[in-house]
Design a protein around this ligand. Structure first.
Ligand code: NAP
Length: 309
C-alpha cells in the first residue's frame, strides 16, 4: 500500500514529490510516457525564478527529480492505465500491475493540441511536428521554408528556435495580432527570418501521397482567399489539452476536461488531489505548476494526518 502516488513527472509532480518526501511519506512518482513533462521539450526557460541566465528545460526537470529523490521520493517509468476512484484505497493499474494508494496526486499535465486538418496525422514525423526543440535540427528542415501555426508564446518560441535552421519561418495565425507576451511577440516579429501571415488558418497539409510535407493550404479568414504555401515542415503550436482521459466520469471536470478542485487542491474524490496544467487553463506556467504541486503535497499530508487521528 502506497501512502502517496503521484501521477506525472512535470513541475507539479516533482514538486509534490519533494514535499511529500520531506514529510517522510516515501511518494512514488509514475512518470508516464514523457518523463519530465512538456518542459523537457522546450529549450531555455527564462521565467523560472532563481535562474537569472535562464535554464534548459530538460536540466530543470532533472534537477527537480534529483532534489525529490534526495529526500526519498521514488520514481517508476510506469504508465497509469486505469484508476478506480470509487473506493478507498484508490486502485490503479500501472503497466498491467495493480497498485493501491491511500492518496493520489494527479499531475498529468497536458499534451499538444492538433489542428485536425487533412494530411496532419498522416504526415506526423514526416514533416509535421509539435516540438521544434525536439525536431527542428533534423536534416529535412535545414535551409528549408518552415511553417509555425499559432499565435501564443509557444508559437513565438518555436519560430525563433527554427530561425537557426530554416531559410524562412512563416508564422501563421488566425488573428491579426499575437496572443503571446509582449517580450516574445517583439522578439519574433523583429526577427528578419520570421514572416507573419495574419488572419489565416491551415486547411490541409500537403502531400500525403509523397509521404512528406511539401506545403500547406491556407485560407484567409477575412477575405476567404485560399492559397498554397510551399514548405518542408509544419510546426503546430496551438496550445494544449489536459491529459485527464483516465479520470473521466470519476472526478469533477469542466467541459474541456480540466479537473476542477473542490477544496484547496482536493478533487471531488476524498484523498485525490490535483496539481499543475491538468487543472489549469489560465496560468499554465512552470512556476504555477510547481506551486500547486507544493499545495497538493501539503493537502495530502494533512489529509493523511487527519485520517490517522
Ligand atoms: P496559448 O497561449 O493557448 O496559444 C495558443 C495559440 O494557438 C493561440 O494564439 C490560439 O489562437 C491558437 N490556436 C488555438 N487553436 C487553434 C486552431 N485550431 N487553429 C489555429 N490556431 C489555433 O498556448 P501556448 O502558446 O502553448 O502557451 C501556453 C501557456 O504556456 C501560456 O500561458 C504561455 O504564456 C506559456 N508559455 C510561455 C513561454 C515563455 O514565456 N517563454 C513559452 C511557451 C509557453 P487565438 O489567439 O485566436 O486563441
Amino acid at each position: 500500500m502506497e501512502k502517496v502516488v503521484i501521477i506525472g513527472s512535470g513541475c507539479a509532480g516533482w514538486t509534490a514529490a519533494l514535499y511529500t518526501a520531506r514529510a517522510n511519506l516515501r511518494p512514488i512518482v509514475f512518470t508516464g510516457k514523457q518523463p519530465g513533462g512538456l518542459l523537457t521539450t522546450t529549450s531555455i526557460v527564462e521565467n523560472y525564478p532563481g535562474f537569472p541566465e535562464g535554464v534548459d528545460g530538460y536540466e530543470l526537470m532533472t534537477r527537480m527529480q534529483k532534489q525529490a529523490e534526495r529526500f526519498g521520493a521514488r520514481s517508476s517509468f510506469g504508465i497509469v492505465e486505469k484508476v478506480d476512484l470509487s473506493k478507498r484505497p484508490v486502485h490503479l493499474t500501472v503497466d498491467g500491475e495493480p497498485v493501491e494508494a491511500e492518496t493520489v496526486i494527479i499531475a498529468t499535465g497536458a499534451s499538444h493540441r492538433h489542428l485536425g486538418v487533412p494530411g496532419e496525422d498522416l504526415l506526423e514525423t514526416k514533416g509535421v511536428t509539435y516540438c521544434a526543440t525536439c525536431d527542428g535540427a533534423l536534416p529535412m528542415f535545414r535551409n528549408q521554408t518552415l511553417v509555425v501555426v499559432g499565435g501564443g508564446d509557444s508559437a513565438c518560441e518555436e519560430a525563433l528556435y527554427l530561425t537557426r535552421f530554416g531559410a524562412a519561418v512563416h508564422l501563421i495565425h488566425r488573428r491579426d495580432h499575437l496572443r503571446a507576451s509582449k517580450i516574445m511577440s517583439d522578439r519574433a516579429l523583429s526577427n528578419p527570418k520570421i514572416k507573419p501571415i495574419w488572419d489565416s488558418v491551415v486547411t490541409e497539409v500537403l502531400d500525403p501521397k509523397q509521404y512528406k510535407v511539401t506545403g500547406v493550404k491556407l485560407k484567409n479568414l477575412k477575405t476567404g482567399v485560399e492559397s498554397i504555401l510551399d514548405c518542408a515542415g509544419v510546426f503546430v503550436a496551438i496550445g494544449h489539452s489536459p491529459s485527464t482521459e483516465i479520470f473521466k466520469g470519476q472526478i469533477d471536470m469542466d467541459a474541456n476536461g480540466y479537473i476542477v478542485p473542490k477544496k484547496g487542491t482536493m478533487t471531488s474524490v476524498p484523498g485525490v488531489f490535483v496539481a499543475g496544467d491538468c487543472a489549469d487553463h489560465i496560468y499554465r506556467q512552470a512556476i504555477t505548476a510547481a506551486g500547486t504541486g507544493c499545495a497538493a503535497a501539503i493537502d495530502a499530508e494533512r489529509f493523511l494526518t487527519a485520517e490517522s487521528l
